[in-house]
Ligand binder design. Sequence first.
Ligand code: FE
Ligand code: ZN
Ligand code: FE
Length: 165
Amino acid sequence: MSVESMDELLLDELKDLYSAEKQITKSLPKLAKAATSPELKQAFESHLEETKGQIERLDRVFQILGKSSKGKMCHGMKGVLEEGAEVLEETEKGDLRDAALISAAQRVEHYEMAGYGCVREYAKILGQKEIASLLDETLKEEEAADEKLGNIAKQVNRLASQAAA
Ligand code: FE
Ligand code: ZN
Ligand code: FE
């Protein structure tokens, strides 16, 4: 057993999130390219920039802890992103694909929200105030990204529902 205290659990889950964010920076440009709606394209592109900032925030967290960010693969995010890539095989470019891309992307945001919510609470209870506040900033960005996608979906779904089979 390598995780035997909440400090170690915090570190373990932070490494997992670091791996998830790194994977997301590789996927978002593909999602942006695949999107037809200019709003959706823009949402993916701006969340890519935001994600780079989230990685810098995690770098800061690891710096405060005096630990390395390396050493863990987030298999959960790998699976979620693989499903996102399947959308490109299953749909033609257009409104229906956009609807499916939003569905995949909202899964990514929710996975992240669960992860950041948990580590923020660990940091709080361990008295790591600065770390908790850094993680909270990222959590708020993930929530906002999810909400933005949900709003874009309203228009996209309306168009997609008119697509002929
Ligand atoms: Fe993120
Ligand atoms: Zn994970
Ligand atoms: Fe995100």
